[in-house]
Design a protein around this ligand. Structure first.
Ligand code: VGL
Ligand code: ZN
Length: 201
């Protein structure tokens, strides 16, 4: 069976949002067209309290996109985004919600960021996604969403480590930093993931 995992297709990551990925609205029709071709569709949702430590606004004197460290982990400071219950945290209204069977929220602990849909960045707490997917008999995961080089990438890394067969849909996962993205896609291929286009799926 084939499972589509849609990562963080939320207003704040789309043009007009607080942490926009340029051109990312182009992936929504692609994802809408794909959903009904899969046996199972799940989604991840970045869902931060306003007090989240990844927000530059919670560090007086610091600016968005500066680099820092939390408990020995490298951390980029972000603009406020995907605040629980806010418009920016909602899935795009252009995304077809119908086929999505389950939603996994992440980034809810104010002390630690969570790029992957499986674990926080310190790999301390699981979201429950891996257990859910195993319970449903999923093996082949097809990943898409935002940002391609951040949350989709880290979701892919964890998925490989968790033993799933990973397919990364490049034309349905727009990166924030295209140069970093190329390196990261190669890292995924090196670990056995398949990087492919949506055409033909
Ligand atoms: C993301 C930065 C901070 C993402 C989430 O969804 O790629 N990026 N939080
Ligand atoms: Zn976030």
């Amino acid at each position: 069976m084939r499972t589509l995992v849609i990562v963080d297709v939320q207003n704040d990551f789309l043009p007009g949002g607080s942490l926009p990925v340029p051109g990312s609205d182009a992936i929504i029709p692609v994802i809408n067209g794909l959903m009904r071709r899969f046996d199972l569709v799940v989604a991840a949702q970045d869902w931060h309290p306003q007090s989240h430590r990844s927000f530059a606004s919670n560090h007086p004197g610091r600016k968005p996109f500066e680099e820092t460290e939390f408990h020995g982990l490298a951390q980029t400071l972000w603009p406020d985004h995907c605040v629980q219950g806010s418009h920016g945290a909602q899935f795009s209204s252009a995304l077809d919600p119908g086929p999505i069977e389950a939603i996994f929220r992440k980034g809810t602990d104010p002390q630690i960021d969570s790029y992957s849909a499986f674990f926080d960045n310190g790999h301390r707490k699981a979201t429950g996604l891996a257990a859910y997917l195993r319970g449903r008999g999923a093996k082949d995961l097809y990943l898409c969403g935002l940002a391609g080089d951040i949350c989709v990438y880290f979701t892919a890394l964890d998925a490989i480590e968790e033993g799933f067969d990973v397919h990364f849909i490049v034309d349905a996962a727009t990166p924030l930093d295209p140069a970093a993205h190329a390196t990261r896609l190669q890292a995924l291929r090196d670990r056995g993931a398949i990087v492919l286009e949506s055409r033909g799926l």
